[in-house]
Each structure stands twice: as structure tokens, then as C-alpha cells.
Design a protein around this ligand. Structure first.
Ligand SMILES: *Cc1c(COP(=O)(O)O)cnc(C)c1O
Length: 392
């Protein structure tokens, strides 16, 4: 088969399933408001939770880093891509999440696909939450360890699987997000850490949607006093920290392992200096003066859920800034997306294969920069889509 024909077949199958995705062109910057096709909409789908991507201090830090160190790092960290400032950022990150050391990665995708294969291989076992992010799933696959998926945030299922499978494996990893990226819920990390302790498994926690958001911005691992019980923390800069890049934090031994064996760290160009400069300043703001931003984000997240409940949806207050309104059918989620846009609100529908079939939804994210009127506009817009009962 010619490759073009094969591609056409694949795209036709996606169309037949009603799942063709497309890129949404936006005009200008993606802040709390966003211009799409000539219309200004309130943006409820970004991950720039604290507005730091548009904070002048962060922008200036990125520009300064570019002036001094250039637009690009020019090589992998192991070659010449280790200019001054990179290790200082790593130490600051490690301290922030309560670990001894950290290593930067090109993105959260690189971090998870580098970390899991570095920690586990054939003969080992990785226990992974059913709703973990695609980068965790791919990292587990790349590792060649046995991957055992446990029911979402289900401690009994995890414990049973640990009892059945742990003893047969050499080493064991349990990996979970601390705020789930699609459902926005939070697993019981302390209990998971307890299970890991009892069954000799190392706990890896991806804090992509918790860092800068929960527990005064420290994330859930440090915020819950679990830094000692969690083996490795993954954090990203692309969400609340407003730029791009990621890190893995753990003990000094883990950092050495990653420098020597994590393929995305070894074979990919180091983060560009402007991203490192931006992340350093964003972290400084978060640590030194983040309180008003983080509290405002919290107020907006709770207000978002309150307005959704007033519109008739059963939405508990989210532990982070992500609220998911499950509309079940794909067509309904897509129709809701366009009804919200008509009402001046940008929220994107999330459908299979990103989420399991029968759980198509609107995924809404609050940000600190939303004004009260922005959230009430969402509330009014949600009323227009409230139809049949049974939504959650
Ligand atoms: C976004 C995300 C990633 C990927 O991070 P990037 O830096 O955007 O590549 C990893 N894990 C989780 C849970 C995420 O939500």
C-alpha cells in the first residue's frame, strides 16, 4: 500500500468515527480572554493558571536570558548545554518540592518518557493509574517493564495488584498524577505512599497540574508533607509556571542515574536559555510572592464549580483548577462547546481517544486572571447547555 493511501485510510476512519481534530487559530495572546475568528471569548481552557506566561517579570527574565546566553542551548546538557543558571534552577526546584536534587528535561513528555525507562526495565513492574497522562503511559511502555494498570485512584485495586504482582518482580514503581489532567480530581497520595511503603514500591508523582495550584502553590507532595515518602516528583513549566520545560526531582542518586541513562536528557538539546530564565523567575515569584495569585486561583476555581452547580450540573469543588463536566456522548460535548462559544466562552470538548468512550466532556480550567464577571459569564453560558438530567 502506498503511504499516502494508508494515510487517507486512517483519516477517513477518524472522520467516520466523528473524531477528526483540528487546530484552532487564535489571534494575539492566549490570556484570560482570547480572540478567535474575530470574537473575544473568555478562555476556560488554558493551563497558564497564574497568568505567569504574560507576567512582565517573567517575559523580561526570558529576554535577559536570551541576550546573555542566546536563543538556544546549542547542545545536549551532557555536551555543552549546561550554562550557568541551569543547575541553580535545579537546586531551587528541588528545594521547592522538598527533594535533594532535580534534573531539567525538555518537557513533561520528555520527563516521563525518560524517568520511567531509567527506573524500570524487563523484570520490573510499573503500577499505573488508569487515567494517567499519555506521557506516563508511553514512558511505561518504553521501559519494557510489566505495566499493571489499576482502577482510577482505587486504593483497594492498587493494593490487590501489589499483593498479586509485587513479589514476582525485581523492583516496583507506582506512578500517579497528583491532580488528574482530564478529570481534575486528586488521589489519596498519603494512602498510596503508605501502600508503597508496605509493598516496597517507589512512588512517582506527576505534579503537572498541582504545582503552583494546590497547597499554597507547593503542589500536593510537599504540601501534604509527603516529600520523604515520594521517590520522584515530576513537575512542568508549561502550566502554572508559564513557560516550557520540566524537571524530575528526587535524591542525588536518581539525578546521577538520569544524567547517565535517561535518553531524552542525553539525546535531546537542552532547554533553551529563555525557557530556563522564565522558569527561574516564575519559581521566584511563586515562592516569594505567589500567595495572592494562588489564593485568587483557588477562589476562581471554587466559583467556577459553584456557578456550574447553579446551572444544574453536579460539580464538586475541584481540588485544583480543572473542572470536568461529563456530557457522555461525543456529539453532546461538541454541541456544548459551540453553544458556549456563542455565549462568549471558550471551553473545549474532550472526546475519545483522549478520554474513555462514554465520558466525553467539557474540561474547564480557571485561572487567577479571571475577573468575577468572567466566571459569571461562564455560569450563564452553562445554563444554555443544561439539557437532559444525569450529567455529573
Ligand atoms: C501536560 C502534562 C504533561 C506534559 O508536559 P509538557 O511539558 O506539556 O510536555 C505531563 N504530565 C501531565 C500530567 C500533564 O498534564
Amino acid at each position: 500500500m502506498r503511504i499516502d493511501d494508508r494515510i487517507d485510510d486512517i483519516l477517513r476512519a477518524i472522520d467516520a468515527a466523528g473524531r477528526r481534530r483540528s487546530l484552532l487559530p487564535i489571534e494575539g495572546a492566549a490570556g484570560p480572554w482570547i480572540r478567535v475568528a474575530g470574537r473575544d471569548l473568555v478562555n476556560f481552557c488554558g493551563n497558564d493558571y497564574l497568568g505567569l506566561a504574560h507576567d512582565q517579570r517573567v517575559i523580561d527574565a526570558a529576554a535577559r536570558a536570551a541576550e546573555i546566553h542566546g536563543a538556544g542551548a546549542g547542545a545536549s546538557r551532557l555536551v555543552t548545554g549546561n550554562p550557568a543558571g541551569y543547575e541553580e534552577l535545579e537546586s531551587a526546584l528541588a528545594g521547592f518540592v522538598g527533594k535533594d536534587a532535580a534534573l531539567l528535561f525538555g518537557s513533561g513528555w520528555h520527563a516521563n518518557t525518560g524517568l520511567l525507562p531509567a527506573l524500570a526495565g524487563a523484570g520490573d513492574v510499573i503500577f499505573s493509574d488508569d487515567l494517567n497522562h499519555a506521557s506516563i503511559i508511553d514512558g511505561a511502555r518504553l521501559s519494557r517493564a510489566k505495566c499493571i494498570v489499576y482502577r482510577h485512584a482505587d486504593l483497594d485495586d492498587l493494593e490487590n495488584k501489589l499483593k498479586d504482582e509485587r513479589a514476582r518482580a525485581r523492583s516496583a514503581i507506582v506512578v500517579t498524577e497528583s491532580i488528574f489532567s482530564m478529570d481534575g480530581d486528586a488521589p489519596d497520595l498519603a494512602a498510596i505512599a503508605g501502600l508503597c511503603g508496605r509493598h516496597d514500591a517507589a512512588l512517582v508523582v506527576d505534579e503537572a497540574h498541582a504545582l503552583g495550584v494546590t497547597n499554597d502553590g507547593r503542589g500536593r507532595v510537599a504540601g501534604l508533607g509527603l516529600s520523604g515518602a515520594v521517590f520522584a516528583v515530576v513537575g512542568t513549566f508549561g502550566k502554572a509556571l508559564g513557560s516550557f520545560g520540566a524537571f524530575v526531582a528526587g535524591n542525588a542518586r536518581l539525578r546521577e542515574l538520569l544524567i547517565n541513562t535517561a535518553r531524552p536528557a542525553i539525546f535531546s538539546t537542552a532547554l533553551p536559555p529563555p525557557a530556563v530564565g522564565a522558569a527561574r523567575e516564575a519559581l521566584r515569584i511563586l515562592a516569594d510572592e505567589g500567595e495572592p495569585l494562588v489564593s485568587r486561583l483557588r477562589e476562581n476555581s471554587v466559583a467556577m464549580a459553584r456557578w456550574a452547580r447553579a446551572a444544574g450540573f453536579e460539580t464538586p469543588d475541584p481540588p485544583g483548577a480543572i473542572m470536568s463536566i461529563v456530557l457522555v456522548e461525543e456529539a453532546r460535548a461538541v454541541a456544548a462547546e459551540s453553544a458556549l462559544a456563542d455565549a462568549g466562552v471558550l471551553a473545549r470538548s474532550i472526546r475519545p481517544p483522549t478520554v474513555p468512550p462514554g465520558t466525553s466532556r467539557l474540561r474547564l480550567t480557571a485561572c487567577a486572571a479571571h475577573a468575577d464577571g468572567d466566571i459569571s459569564r461562564l455560569g450563564r453560558a452553562l445554563r444554555t447547555i443544561k439539557g437532559a438530567p444525569n450529567e455529573t
